[in-house]
Design a protein around this ligand. Structure first.
Ligand code: HSE
Length: 310
């Protein structure tokens, strides 16, 4: 071990992407979390500081970062404790992969601190343990892109990197109400009709083919959620108005980001994306709900990386 203190950044992510509940996720670049880990010359892990996350637990058995690190220590047989500092870049319950950004940054930083004993794909599995403690389910669709970057398809534990059209811009729009992932998951029916399942499979397959063929018309026609959106949109204020506004302003696709309340839209130019973003803001004028949003090009977005804790 050459270094005693390491900080990593991991980005926010859009999970599900309408056609891939629990199996598709995309890295963003504008916001994310930082986690710093430092050997503390004891056998205990400690959460030293959490910046901008008053709701995040400091109990090491409940904090996603310390849980991820403990799993990695167990696998390595390491008994050296670490101090953990966390800097949240966006709120939990936003639908932009808050717990996964912290879990991914913790896994990446601790791996670096230990001399990189694990591959990036292995880090995704460790980071998913942070999702388990944060929301009761170890799904990989946020943590995979948070670590690997780009757009990732999760097939069981196989992580398949997918191409992203170069001209694609994403608008992430967060109406600031909290939707807990656990509640949003519990609201979903466990049953889907054969007809809907078949139609959704066709849309998912069509979406994947559109990426390889750089076909934004097919991308747009395919990116429809027949299963989850109808059940979750009630948690999201003004969902139908936002969707209508996005499509009226040229969105290629619109949907719920992860478990919400954030929504996303895709556009094929920066101007179009900016227009969609500004019109979505207008939907909330006169309401008492504050919003936060950002627009970015998504091709080439990186995953977890070394950073400085500032
Ligand atoms: N796939 C997850 C869900 C993402 O929709 O519940 C949220 O973490």
């Amino acid at each position: 071990m050459s270094k005693q203190s390491i900080c990593a950044f991991a980005p926010a992510t859009i999970a599900n992407l309408n056609v891939g509940f629990d199996i598709l996720g995309m890295a963003l670049s504008t916001v994310g979390d930082k986690v710093e880990v430092t050997f503390n010359s004891s056998s205990e892990n400690r959460i030293l500081e959490i910046i901008d996350g008053p709701e995040i637990p400091t109990d090491t058995s409940k904090n996603c970062c310390s849980v991820v690190i403990q799993k990695m220590q167990e696998k390595l047989g390491s008994t050296e404790g670490v101090d953990i500092r966390i800097k949240k870049g966006f709120p939990s319950g936003s639908g932009l992969g808050s717990s996964s950004a912290s879990s991914a940054a913790a896994a990446f930083a601790f791996n670096e601190l230990m001399g990189n004993p694990f591959s990036l794909d292995e880090l995704v599995l460790f980071a998913s343990e942070g999702e388990r403690v944060a929301c009761g389910s170890a799904h990989l669709d946020n943590v995979a892109p948070a670590i690997l970057g780009g757009l990732v398809l999760v097939q069981n534990q196989n992580l398949i990197r997918l191409p992203i059209p170069e001209s694609l811009f994403a608008v992430s729009f967060f109406p600031q109400v909290e939707v807990k992932t656990a509640d949003s998951r519990n609201a979903l029916s466990k049953e889907v009709s054969l007809e809907i399942s078949s139609n959704q499979s066709a849309l998912t397959a069509s979406f994947i083919s559109s990426l390889y063929e750089n076909d934004l018309v097919r991308f747009s026609e395919s990116m429809k959620d027949l299963i989850v959106e109808p059940q979750r949109k009630k948690f999201i204020p003004k969902f139908d108005e936002m969707k209508e506004s996005a499509f009226e302003n040229g969105a290629l696709a619109f949907g719920i980001s992860g478990s919400g309340p954030s929504v996303f839209a895709f556009a094929n130019s920066k101007n179009q994306a900016d227009k969609i973003e500004s019109e979505l803001k207008l939907v909330f004028i006169g309401s008492n709900i504050e919003t936060r949003s950002f627009t970015e090009m998504v091709h080439g977005n990186a995953g977890a990386q070394l950073s400085t804790f500032s």
